[in-house]
Design a protein around this ligand. Structure first.
Ligand code: SF4
Ligand code: SF4
Length: 184
């Protein structure tokens, strides 16, 4: 279907993903396609959710970690609720993003990674996200300073966005959580 003669197989990859995601039933997927049929983001994916699972079963590490699909996935869990094999596909996608980051395979998800980093930096600094700051930083870093300017102005006018960050009182608790996470 999507395999070429040059594709190499990594039999250990499926085991690694099962371990990372906790989805022992990954082996049971029989390609019913219900996950893809319900996925609201499938139209923008290179490999559909059922194809990602099949590639995993075939040990196609390079293809899976280089797929746009894992970054397009919004983690909505529609696929998970539909799977007759009880595979938490959203969790699998999440684990694949983590592994892709660990292995430096983020070319297809550069903007997603940037947004996630800016979001977390904002939470680390203030204890909650400062949406206006994150949006502006993201736009500047992606060389589109006026992206969504009209909707931004509308939200500011209606008090849905703030002009300055609001820091929570117990910011040291947030720093502690980030510190523990960074220690691993
Ligand atoms: S819904 Fe579950 S069993 Fe069906 S194709 Fe998707 S992962 Fe496989
Ligand atoms: S969690 Fe991801 S793969 Fe599953 S339905 Fe939502 S967008 Fe699609």
């Amino acid at each position: 279907m999507f395999l070429e003669k040059t594709d190499t197989t990594d039999p250990g990859f499926l085991t690694a993903v099962v371990r990372a995601s906790g989805q022992k039933t990954l082996f049971h997927c029989y390609q019913c396609g219900k996950c893809t049929a319900g996925c609201p983001a499938a139209f923008a994916m290179d490999y559909k959710p059922n194809q990602v699972i099949r590639l995993l079963q075939l040990g196609q590490k390079d293809k899976v970690l280089s797929a746009r699909a894992i970054w397009v996935c919004s983690g909505c869990s529609t696929c998970t609720t539909r799977c007759p094999c009880n595979i938490d596909i959203a969790q699998v996608m999440d684990s694949l993003r983590v592994i892709a980051r660990q292995e430096g395979k983020t070319a297809q998800g550069r903007r997603v990674v940037l947004f996630n980093d800016l979001f977390l930096q904002s939470v680390k600094r203030n204890g909650r996200v400062f949406e206006t700051g994150v949006a502006l930083s993201f736009n500047l870093r992606t060389k589109a300073p006026l992206r969504d300017a009209a909707i931004g102005r509308f939200m500011l006018r209606h008090g849905k966005l703030g002009l300055t960050p609001v820091r929570i009182k117990k910011i040291q608790e947030v720093a502690r959580i980030f510190g523990e996470r960074e220690k691993g």
